[in-house]
Design a protein around this ligand. Sequence first.
Ligand SMILES: O=P(O)(O)OC[C@H]1O[C@H](O[C@H]2O[C@H](CO)[C@@H](O)[C@H](O)[C@H]2O)[C@H](O)[C@@H](O)[C@@H]1O
Length: 350
Amino acid sequence: MMRKGIWPNVAVFSSPLSWFRSKKFQRIEPGGGEGDFVVKNHAWVDSMRDSSPTRVSLPGTGEHNSWIVHHPSALKTFELVTNAAKGKEIVIFLDYDGTLSPIVEDPDRAFISSQMREAVKEAARHFPTAIISGRSRDKVYDFVKLPELYYAGSHGMDIRGPSKSQLKCKKGDERVPFQPASEFLPMINEVYRALLNRTKSIPGAKVENNKFCLSVHYRNVDEKRWAALAEQVRSVLSEYPKLKLTQGRKVLEIRPIINWDKGKALEYLLESLGYANDSNVLPIYIGDDRTDEDAFKVLRDRGRGIGILVSKVAKETCASYSLQDPPEVMSFLMRMVEWKRHTSRARHRL
Ligand SMILES: O=P(O)(O)OC[C@H]1O[C@H](O[C@H]2O[C@H](CO)[C@@H](O)[C@H](O)[C@H]2O)[C@H](O)[C@@H](O)[C@@H]1O
C-alpha cells in the first residue's frame, strides 16, 4: 500500500483511502539530504497527483457504499445529529475552500455565494460560528465579510473573535488576535520571496502568502513540470529546517514546525468561549481537506462533537459524517437553523 515518498519523511500511498492511514504523509519535514529526494519511479508525482480527490472511489462502487455506511450523510441522517444536539450548546466550525466555496482554478476567485453567506450569517445568529482556514485571516474575511464570526487564518495560527459580538472571549480582549507563530513572520516572508523567484519560470505555478504559512499551487501546472516545481520547493525548504511541508488539494503548504494546527485552534476557540471541558457543548466541524483531519481527530478523541467531511468520494477520515459538496453544506446549515428555531419556539410554548 505505502511507497517511499518524494519528500524526506513523507509517505506516498497507492490508493486514496490509504492517504489517511498514516499521519506521516501530512508531516513532511524538510532538511533531508539530496539522497532523500526519491526521484526514481516518479513517486513524488504520485504524491502530488494523489492530493486531488478525483482518483478515488466514486459513489455507486462497493468501496464507496461501505464507506457511506460508516460516514453517513449528515443531511440524510439529520435526526442523528439533532438527537446528539438536544439540550446542548452547539458551536459551529467551518473550513473555507471546498466547504463554503467550490474548488476553482484561481485561488483568488474562490468566492462564497451570496446564498452561502446568508446561510452562514443565519447560523451565526443561533450558534457561535468560526471559520478555520489555511488562508490568511484577512483574505478569508475579505471573501466572507461577516464581522459576527470568529476567524482562524493560517491553519489556525491567527485567531480573532468578532469585533461586535455579545460573545465574550474568556481569554481577554477578543479583538487582539492570537498568533502563536508570530516569530516566524520574517522567515515566512523571506521564503515567500525565494519561492516566487524560484518558481517564476514554471507556467501556472502560484505562490500564495497566507501570512504565517505559504501555499504553492500546482493545479494549473502541466503535470510534466510537477517534478521541476517540487524540486524548487524542496531546495528552498532545505535551507529552513524550522519550516515543514504539508499537502492539500493540488497545493504544497509550507508552515512553521510548531505544535499548532486546526485541531489546536478548535480547542483554543472552545476554551475562549468558556466551553473547555463543558459536556454540555457540542462542537460541529465541517471541512474537506487533509488539514481538517486534525480537527476531526480532536473531536473524535474527546468523544464529544461531530466531524463532517465534505467529499463526494470515499476517503479515510476521522470525521463521522459526510456531506457531498458546498451546496449540501449550505442545506445542512439551513436545517440546523430551522431546527434551532423550531426547538426554541417549542420551549417558549411550554
Ligand atoms: O483550509 P482551507 O480554507 O480549505 O484552505 C486550504 C487551501 O485552500 C486554497 O486552495 C484550494 O482552493 C483553491 C480555490 O478553490 C484551489 O485553486 C486550490 O487548488 C486548492 O488547494 C488556498 O488558496 C490555499 O492557500 C489554502 O492553503
